[in-house]
Design a protein around this ligand. Structure first.
Ligand SMILES: Cc1ncc(COP(=O)(O)O)c(C=O)c1O
Length: 363
């Protein structure tokens, strides 16, 4: 599985039927746990635009502590967190270097152009893993001449969604950041699934994010919160982030109701992510043996399984539709690729059902 550039398909994806389904489209589909719902009900709240929501303040403080940084800010979505970071790090007319299938480039509505006036200089990983090295990035950095648009930012993604949940080794992040610093370039990390990366690496999120300048991470993916992400960095950066969050309409008033669920996601849910990784491996091992499928199981490191469907008689969207008819939901991410994402609302039995459906369709 490589992260070679392909435009994501625009066809309608399968929708969840009223009846129970095994939903492997994304880890964003999780429902809040009973403990989260109770905490939301009981949350102490205030006006967060005035800095008076005690639950949001607690969440931001805990996020900063866990990442060993000065400050953090709660934002409604990962996209907003990334876009605020891009706005702070760049000037209009600059380029952002990121991997060619990165979320900020392909799935954030060209906001980096609309909001920050930047464009992307996409980088391809020479190793075909979707994980960039400094050698891949340096080819994309603009020469320091006045008639070339200048590079303003390097943005990394760990784990990398469209590269099948790939993890960036710490030495690679360190090397990129060391060289970026020498070149005078900031590095932002789209760490929507950084806790998955930390679990796969057996390290803390503070350790694996230490070299970067800013981090966005999501509570609403594998950690199971209904809403919310955090942007983490130094105090000055987060002060600016507060201004741009408001500009984007992200000042949410009594959103301590959301932060209450987020606190449980942050404190308790990383401890169970290894189960999702084991389920993804289980799925990958079963899928790799099916006819017309190309999947390198050794590349499945976290909770995302992306495989290439090599069949003349079936596009990825046909397979997703056929799975949907059997109450198994998956995403066709390109005309030939299908993605399964494991999460807390699919257990081993649900994954076995998904494998059974795959066998009956592809055999
Ligand atoms: C890698 C990555 N970054 C950012 C986001 C954006 O998160 P949100 O959907 O909360 O805007 C996603 C969402 O799937 C993602 O996968």
């Amino acid at each position: 599985m490589t992260a070679t550039q392909t435009r994501p398909i625009t066809e309608e994806q399968p929708k969840k039927a009223a009846r129970a389904a095994v939903d492997l489209r994304s880890d964003t589909v999780t429902k809040p746990t009973p403990e989260m719902r109770r905490a939301m009900f009981e949350a102490e709240v205030g006006d967060d635009v005035y800095g008076e929501d005690p639950t949001i303040n607690r969440l931001e403080k805990r996020a900063a502590e866990i990442f060993s940084r000065e400050a953090a800010i709660f934002v409604p979505t990962g996209s907003m967190g990334n876009q605020i970071a891009i706005k702070i790090h760049t000037q209009p007319g600059q380029e952002i270097v990121c991997e060619e299938s990165a979320h900020i480039f392909n799935w954030e509505m060209a906001s980096l152009a609309a909001f920050s006036g930047c464009m992307v200089r996409p980088a391809r990983s020479a190793a075909g893993t979707g994980v960039l090295t400094w050698d891949d990035i340096k080819k994309c950095i603009a020469p320091k001449i006045y008639f070339a648009a200048q590079t303003g930012l390097i943005s990394l993604e760990n784990t990398h969604n469209m590269a099948g949940g790939a993890v960036t080794p710490l030495e690679v992040t360190e090397d990129i950041c060391k060289n970026a610093k020498s070149a005078g370039l900031p590095v932002h990390l789209d760490g929507a699934r950084i806790f998955n990366a930390a679990v796969a690496m057996g390290k803390t999120v503070a350790e694996i994010t230490k070299p970067v300048d800013s981090i966005m991470f999501c509570l609403s993916k594998g950690l199971g919160a209904p809403v919310g992400s955090l942007l983490v960095g130094d105090k000055k950066f987060i002060e600016k982030a507060r201004i741009y969050r408001k500009a984007l309409g992200g000042g949410m008033r009594q959103a301590g109701i959301l932060a209450a669920a987020g606190l449980i996601a942050l404190e308790k849910m990383p401890a169970r992510l290894h189960e999702d990784h084991a389920n993804a491996k289980f799925l990958a091992e079963g899928i790799a043996n099916l006819p017309g499928v190309k999947l390198d199981v050794s590349r499945v490191q976290t909770n995302i399984v992306i495989f290439e469907l090599d069949r003349k008689d079936m596009a990825a969207s046909d397979l997703a539709r056929k799975l949907g008819e059997k109450d198994i939901l998956a995403s066709a991410t390109t005309p030939t690729r299908v993605r399964f994402v494991t999460h807390m609302d699919v257990d081993r039995e649900a994954c076995s059902l998904a494998l059974g459906a795959m066998r009956s369709i592809l055999n």
